[in-house]
Design a protein around this ligand. Structure first.
Ligand code: AMP
Ligand code: GLY
Length: 429
């Protein structure tokens, strides 16, 4: 079959790498893709927001399956649109109603409450209910968690220790700090624990497979210090997610979510990303995303054995029941090479060298482009390097060794990805 992958980041590079291994694949296209993806796919110069352009590409290239990487086109209704065209393709990615799980924090919280899914206590407010919001804040212990209801490119969550500062932040959010995304604000209880990311692929009919779990590292500095970024690395598996903990996730979080979607007549076909936190041995949902995580996907793809394209096609076709997924028991570690200055101001257009010298790890492009025949940086997060090893230390050492072979002016990466998890030992299978 011909497949069209939507997106251009590290996540899509890893998905493309995995899809390209499938015996079911005839030809892979990406819109818009990136120079790394171009090695295994045909890139089409179409923006992810250009729904007509994507529909035309589906028709022109006889596409059977569209795999949507990022959330924004899903929240904006790309899956609905593609399912409405003549000779519609299969789409791996939810329609607008399902994408609200990520598009509206208030919708996600109400959904969790309706279906008894463990999550932090919360209430939602707007500018007209500011005084009630302050009263609710008074019932909570610091730090205070304020979340813009709508999408805010990962920046809409404020965690603040000082009560007065939190009230001021709230006022600013209602006044448009995140545009109309913060017209409504979810205020919730702070949960303390270690976070992890769990992914399922589901078919809208109750069938689902759970992918390898992962942990991502969001801060720019080692030991999780400094500003938040789009993600500096990841590891999979997460050693504290033992059999008992994973069973709790399945029983209390995944199944009620899948059942809840069906009960609410939401035909959800695609990936669900559960952002979880381990509170004293019990998993709670911090957030849902309606896509795979980045840079978790880079680690997760190396651990999936067998044909992910077959599973994505089945999910999009409502037909996953009876299918299973196998994991490589090794550990995957991903190290992200970023531009100097990121996540603050940084320069683009720096020449990248050394990618071809990497033989052991996988090199996934995130923010790169070709300029005058040369590969140059084109974003804050530039390249992800992912390696497998027998444990976290070995996987990390292998990824670091290869990351050091790739150079560009100002390049930076963390050297401690996964190190906080070593104390949990290796997961018993
Ligand atoms: P979100 O966009 O909802 O994932 O929030 C961004 C980050 O804020 C999460 O990855 C957590 O680290 C943190 N966070 C969000 N909600 C809470 C909460 N209720 N308790 C503790 N940390 C939280
Ligand atoms: N790594 C977190 C995310 O993709 O949202």
């Amino acid at each position: 079959m011909n497949v069209l992958l939507i997106g251009s980041g590290g996540r899509e590079s890893a998905l493309a790498w995995k899809i390209a291994q499938s015996p079911k694949l005839t030809k892979l296209y990406a819109a818009p893709g990136n120079p790394g993806i171009a090695d295994i796919a045909t890139n089409l110069n179409i923006k992810v927001s250009d729904f007509d352009g994507i529909a035309k590409a589906v028709k022109d290239n006889d596409i059977r399956l569209v795999v949507v990487g990022p959330e924004v086109p899903l929240i904006d209704g790309l899956a609905d649109y593609l399912r409405s065209i003549e000779n519609p393709p299969l789409v791996c990615g939810p329609t607008k109603d399902g994408a609200q799980l990520e598009g509206s924090k208030d919708f996600a919280k109400q959904f969790m409450v309706r279906h008894n899914i463990p999550t932090a206590r919360y209430q939602t407010f707007n500018g007209d209910t500011y005084n009630q919001a302050v009263d609710f804040l008074k019932t909570l212990q610091p730090p205070y968690v304020l979340k813009a209801d709508g999408p805010a490119a990962g920046k809409g969550v404020i965690i603040e220790n000082d009560f007065q500062v939190a009230c001021n932040e709230l006022k600013e959010m209602f006044s448009g700090k995140f545009g109309k995304s913060s017209a409504e604000v979810v205020i919730e209880e702070f949960l303390s624990g270690i976070e992890l990311s769990v992914f399922v692929l589901t078919d809208g009919h109750g069938g689902y497979v759970t992918l390898p779990e992962a942990k991502d590292y969001k801060r720019i500095g080692e030991n999780d210090e400094g500003l938040n970024t789009g993600g500096m690395g990841s590891v999979s598996p997460v050693p504290f997610a033992d059999e008992e903990f994973r069973q709790k996730i399945d029983t209390h979080i995944i199944k009620p979510t899948i059942d809840g979607l069906i009960a609410e007549k939401i035909d959800y076909r695609g990936f669900i990303f559960f952002g979880l936190i381990n509170v004293k041995g019990d998993p709670y949902v911090i957030e849902y995303n309606v896509r795979m995580g980045d840079p978790e996907t880079e680690s997760v793809m190396l651990r999936i054995e067998g044909d992910l394209l077959d599973l994505m096609e089945a999910a999009a076709n409502g037909d996953l029941k009876g299918k299973s997924i196998k994991f490589n028991p090794k550990t995957a570690a991903t190290v992200m090479l970023v531009s100097g200055g990121y996540p603050g101001d940084y320069e683009k257009g720096k020449e990248i060298s050394g990618c071809e010298t990497v033989k052991t790890s996988q090199v996934f492009h995130a923010g790169t482009k070709m300029k005058d025949g040369k590969l140059v940086t084109d974003g804050g997060r530039v390249i992800a390097v992912t390696a497998l090893g027998d444990d976290i230390s070995l996987a990390l050492a292998a990824a670091l060794q290869d990351a050091n072979k790739i150079t560009f002016d100002g390049a930076y990466h963390r050297r401690d990805i996964g190190k906080d998890l070593i104390k949990f030992g290796r997961k018993s299978k």
